[in-house]
Design a protein around this ligand. Sequence first.
Ligand code: FAD
Length: 519
Amino acid sequence: MTPWVRASLRDLGTVGTDLLVVGGGITGAGIARDAALRGIAVTLVEARDFGSGTSSRSSRLIHGGLRYLEQGRLRLVLESLRERAVLLRLAPHLVRPLSFVLPFFRGERVPGWKARLGLTLYDLLAGRGNVRRHQTLGKRGLLEIEPLLRDRGLTGGALYHDAQCDDARLTLATARGAAAAGARLASYTRVLALRFQGPRVAGARLRDELTGEETDLTARLVVNATGPWCDTLRRLEDSTAAPLLRPTKGCHLVVPRARIGNRHAVIFTSPLDGRVLFILPWGEWTYVGTTDTDADPDPDAVVVEPADVVYLLRSANALFPTAHLAEADVVATWAGLRPLLAADPGVPASGRSREHRIVTGPGGMLTIAGGKLTTFRVMAREVVDRVARLLGRSASAGRALSGQVPLPGGEARVLDGFRAAGLELGLPATSVDYLVGQYGAEIPAIYALCRQRPELKEPLHPEHPAIAAQVSFAVQRELACTAEDILARRTRLALETSDHGEAARGSVERLLEAERRLS
Ligand code: FAD
């Protein structure tokens, strides 16, 4: 039987679990995977779809973070660069190298010499796992590789290399990796309350958000991995708990790549406020981000405001002056809350990482707060080390597996062989390239669906390479429950088409219904 089945409330209620992880973003999925790989009985519950929180609203970079170098956070950069190398290996179909242009302009806060020094250090810290060494270029050289950049004040620049991933699919792959290692997964399953045995947290009251049914789940330990929601869950344990987080809002917008004409990813400082921004290529699209503003701490209320769009468009236009981007060019937007740690005198400056923190509540619930997409495995390892000790197990047994076992689809490094089979099936080359990039070594399962039911080769949307077989696959193996799960996260139709995927909605709903009847 496939392990990728949503656990029903009945299953969850009748059997207890050693570890209950609450929150199916990258952090919770990473913890469930690490724990399952170490042989711990673990259940992961998510109130909505996996990755539907912050983990599908990031800048999608798997990176060391040049900007942290400037802040002197060498340890964090080193750790992130190591993780970049590991993730490029564990999921080569999802995490891919990305070349960045860093232009130098006269009078900027960070002068060219300092940026060059920083990039040399970045390469050194990446060590043998480096993607490629950076290269510095004069003005003419830089304009040759990125011709539409503003040339006023430009003195030269650099080409360096990081990585990019589909954050929602990376989260999903991590959750599926957990299931493959024995974890039980339940999306659309919300923790309503914690259960106590005396003063100890001993499980949770769960509600199936699709049916409204409720049940109790007994757990020896509970981990709160709810990202920006983590203080809400902590208050179910301790109503007086002081907030751990002080989140900020980050927005991105998507425009057709041809409208900007960027050939690479570009990192630059906004002339409006000196903040570091990215212009990032994504197939035929470019996304621009991100804002960083104080936000209402309610993660359910985060939206892109007109002022966010104006700021990003004006910043991008200042860098690419021939683009003249206007609001009408914006195809889609997304906003998320950075789960940033509130300043706390209790956190030592020399702490292992100031980016995330694990706290134990009065009832024994562990909360992990802060962190990055890039470092999710490190965060998971630290949490599961503690969990293992609390459950009376060795913290070292199985500890290395999370860096060795590929994520689903990541079993093959070279994917070219899969292309020929797709073309033989009669799929268009653009769809084949796209599908191989989405599914990696799992692509034969998509081809098998196309062979069994040739109508599944049909495109889902006239503007997009996605095909109908992806809907069947999403229901059978990727725990998709709603049309939104498929339009927004299994495919990115909602962000990568001019009508937010609406032209595909009817067929997605019909295929979803047909799959449900079959299962
Ligand atoms: P989330 O993904 O938010 O997951 C928490 C989950 O908990 C949610 O899905 C929610 O539905 C669920 N939940 C909440 N309450 C309950 C409940 N009661 N019961 C069950 N489930 C519940 N990092 C990088 O490394 N690279 C980047 O380029 C990058 N860019 C970023 C850009 C922006 C704008 C932002 C906001 C963040 C960025 N980050 C980046 C950081 C990264 O995205 C986050 O650190 C990470 O996604 C947080 O994951 P999480 O699992 O902790 O939280």
